[in-house]
Design a protein around this ligand. Sequence first.
Ligand code: PEP
Ligand code: MN
Length: 338
Amino acid sequence: MVIIVKQNTKEERIRELIQWIESQNLRTHISTGDFSTVIGVIGDTSKLDEDLISGLDIVEGVKRVSEPFKSANRKFHPLDSVIEVGADKIKVGHGNFAIIAGPCSVESEDQIISVAKSVKAAGATMLRGGAFKPRTSPYDFQGLKADGIELLLEAKRETGLPIVTEIMNANHLPLFEDVDVIQVGARNMQNFELLKELGKTRKPILLKRGLANTIKELLMSAEYIMASGNENVILCERGIRTFETATRNTLDLSAVPVLHELTHLPVIVDPSHATGVARYVKPMALAAAACGADGLIIEVHNDPPHALCDGAQSLRPEQFEDVAKAVRRVQAAALAED
Ligand code: PEP
Ligand code: MN
């Protein structure tokens, strides 16, 4: 249920209303905008007397939220959420565009430091790199694990870029203490125990859409993290599996406007895993910026033919520089159009 409070209502009256709601075993989420305050009520609201609440002199209106996702719902939080990342509080969302770049996996000190420096020079705002890699084959490179995270931290010290890396097991959380954004990969989007554990942290979580999951399921997974107390969620469209084989996945760009309508959370796009082909990354990155994405995550490698993972979709640093420049132009045009 969403309660819209009349403009200029005294804070004390709003607090009284919230206390009354919470005394009935319900939780509230307050969203304060320039023109109104919205109280989202979470829990079994069937026992709340809607007419009684509508009749209060401070209440403008009451709406039932039929969708099963509540905290992630734009009805609960009409304004775009802005997620702050790292010590420098780099903003993502509401016109703040993130460009996350780096290799699929961290392979060596030289590799990650060199890629980190070049993507930073090209305008990336965060560094990505997998330390724990979810590979289809158990015989493929599984990542440098804890050592990979150490190397990412070194790259952060060298460049100042916040780091983004994937978690596969909640038991590894202590290793992620200094990681700035924890990624939940497509294969773990519905690992609900992992999502609940991440909900107990306050770290920004980059939640990637599962290979065969609907937009609603993605939002329900975000809800798991938020229901456990962590509202710092960034969603990522990374392509879904269809009958098409010309690309690794099919990039569902319409998910961007759909998600913006349904949720206040920022939405970024991964054109690398979506297409699986380096030369398709630029057109899809530009399309993502044009349709209102809040950022991109792009794979960049200093030597793609010899990459231990996803070389075919990885850009060389100079290709990334070209993409980043073009993306900034398109993103500025899209913002002006908004
Ligand atoms: C990745 O970002 O390296 C990755 C494994 O992505 P996804 O989970 O989207 O396949
Ligand atoms: Mn990859």
